[in-house]
Design a protein around this ligand. Structure first.
Ligand code: ADP
Length: 173
């Protein structure tokens, strides 16, 4: 698995799929969710509404897919991160599920390149260091016949520094 780090705005990334840190309503929100819906246009929201009408809300740790509207990516995979409440035993596996289920969905679509934001580390207040470790470990352990490249898109300096160190250490192993 080829793992890359980019500092910037995930809406600008030309991957087969970008991942959205959505909320369970799937109807848009702030942060990266707001940015994706703003830049991607109404089509993404329309498809999210369709999914909601079919299956109801999206549970924490689960993932659903829409097309990407006006974005340079082909698909948006929407996953719902856990809201941090200090309970590592509950929150750690739920965040791991976000990465796993997004990757499984990507594989089922034959996706080669997928970009992740730092799920749950904004409004949902997950500790960034722990979230970074979970993200890197989970994608590193994912075996796939189709997905060959994963891009971590860090928006803030703190996450960028955390991921840079995690990936440097990772490359040394
Ligand atoms: P959550 O509710 O899962 O915490 P947020 O959107 O509040 O979601 O934050 C998740 C991460 O996404 C944060 O690290 C934030 O800095 C980052 N982020 C915000 N906007 C963008 C963007 N346009 N591209 C990539 N990452 C972004």
């Amino acid at each position: 698995m080829n793992i890359e780090l980019i500092k910037g705005d995930i809406t600008k990334i030309q991957a087969d799929a970008i991942v959205n840190a959505a909320n369970s309503s799937l109807l848009g929100g702030g942060g990266v969710d707001g940015a994706i819906h703003r830049a991607g246009g109404k089509q993404i929201l329309d498809e999210c509404i369709e999914i909601r009408n079919k299956q109801g809300k999206c549970n924490t740790g689960e993932a659903v897919v829409t097309t990407a509207g006006n974005l340079p990516a082909q698909y948006v995979i929407h996953t719902v991160g856990p809201v941090w409440n200090g309970d590592e035993g509950k929150c750690f596996p739920l965040l791991e599920n976000c990465y796993k289920n997004s990757l499984k969905l990507a594989e089922s679509l034959g996706i080669k390149t997928i970009a992740f934001p730092n799920i749950s580390t904004g409004v949902y207040r997950f500790p960034k260091e722990a979230a970074g470790k979970i993200a890197v470990e989970t994608v590193k352990n994912f075996r796939s016949d189709t997905v060959g490249k994963i891009i971590f898109v860090c928006f803030d300096d703190e996450n960028e520094a955390i991921y840079r160190e995690l990936l440097e250490n990772n490359n040394k192993i």
